[in-house]
Design a protein around this ligand. Structure first.
Ligand code: COA
Length: 319
């Protein structure tokens, strides 16, 4: 697909090293890393013993780290302890955690030994993201991390769906931040003018309830906080179809032209993107986590090799 080829091409030009911690325990991740290295798309760090990897991994573009033998484990443990002691971390616990691939990855990233992490093919989203939230944290001006997907299909305009993987029951304030983050992503990564629809089951006051108010207030907040084109609340048919938008009173360019869809909660977002992928024939790239100090991306446990490669490429574009 053209857009995926373009993403891969641009990712290959970014100088960055991505940590992929599950290559030695999952065949899909192994194959994805092998393809990334064979095609010179990225430098990688993988974990395990040398004899677990073939020659594709034994080049200057790949570092194989045996965690148990890593020289700075004690330093990592004391750094993790300092970082989390106010939250109840003990030195013993930190020593145990840094020996785990998930926390070890985050410590490598935090200490500047790599530029991004792609993990979660064998772990739950929560298990991948909790260490990242605790260790990597959000960028200074960003209160939340949000998980989006990029939905792509041949001969169709790409769309960002947000939030689809992280924030279970966002407040209006959270939704406003999600909208702005989605807009920044499509502008930075796809170089498109963002048109953000704040989705609801109501369009412009057609229904009245607390659920609708949450999205309406979020739209007002997002517009106060940014100059992006953000409109709502609106139903998804108004966001995607111009004539419906006009009939329902959506007069902005977002109506019928939206390229960022902000869902009111995680049920809607997660179900929504999977419906579009399974029934609409779109490819979902992601979930892609936005606003971490350094990019960390979570793989779905259902990911295939191509999806893992795509996620590594997107991670490079966020560096
Ligand atoms: C990701 C998740 C595990 C975080 O859970 P949590 O209970 O808030 O985790 P913790 O309390 O340990 O939070 C860790 C830290 O991250 C912070 N945090 C949590 N969510 C955050 C977010 N979206 N943005 C920024 N920081 C966040 C917390 O404030 C906390 O900070 P602190 O400990 O430094 O004060 C939780 O939001 C979750 O399970 N989400 C759903 C994920 C999921 O199952 N998705 C499935 C679809 S793919």
């Amino acid at each position: 697909m053209k857009i995926i080829d373009e993403i891969k091409k641009r990712a290959s030009k970014v100088k960055a090293t991505i940590i992929v911690p599950e290559a030695n325990i999952d065949k899909r991740v192994y194959d994805a890393c092998k393809s990334i290295l064979d095609n010179k798309i990225s430098k990688l760090i993988v974990f395990g013993k040398e004899d677990e990897f073939d020659d594709s991994f034994k080049t200057k573009n790949c570092q194989i780290i045996d965690i148990a033998e890593f020289k700075d484990l004690n330093k990592f443990a004391s750094d993790l302890y300092e970082l989390r002691k106010a939250k109840g971390m003990t030195l013993d616990k930190a020593n145990e955690l840094v020996r785990r691939a998930d926390y070890f990855s985050m410590m490598l990233l935090k200490e500047g030994l790599a530029d991004g992490v792609v993990a979660g093919a064998t772990w739950s989203t929560a298990d991948t993201l909790r260490p990242a939230l605790q260790v990597i944290k959000t960028k200074k001006d960003k209160p939340i991390v949000t998980g989006i997907t990029l939905m792509v299909k041949e001969n169709a305009d790409p769309k960002v769906f947000a939030d689809v993987s992280l924030i279970e029951n966002p407040t209006s304030e959270n939704l406003a931040d999600i909208a702005i983050s989605g807009a920044e992503f499509i502008e930075k990564v796809l170089k498109l003018e963002p048109k953000v629809a704040m989705l609801s089951y109501s369009t412009k006051g057609s229904a009245k309830s607390e659920m609708v108010d949450k999205v309406r207030i979020a739209t007002e907040l997002a517009n106060k906080k940014s100059n992006y084109l953000i409109d709502g609340e609106m139903q998804v048919d108004s966001a995607l179809d111009k004539s419906t938008a006009i009939k329902k009173g959506v007069t902005s360019k977002v109506g019928g032209e939206a390229n960022v869809l902000v869902f009111p909660d995680l049920n809607a977002g997660n179900i929504g993107y999977k419906l579009v992928a399974r029934m609409g024939g779109y490819t979902a790239i992601g979930p892609i986590m936005l606003n971490f100090n350094k990019p960390v991306n979570d793989l779905s446990r259902g990911s295939n090799v191509e999806e893992i490669i795509n996620t590594i490429c997107i991670t490079k574009l966020l560096v």
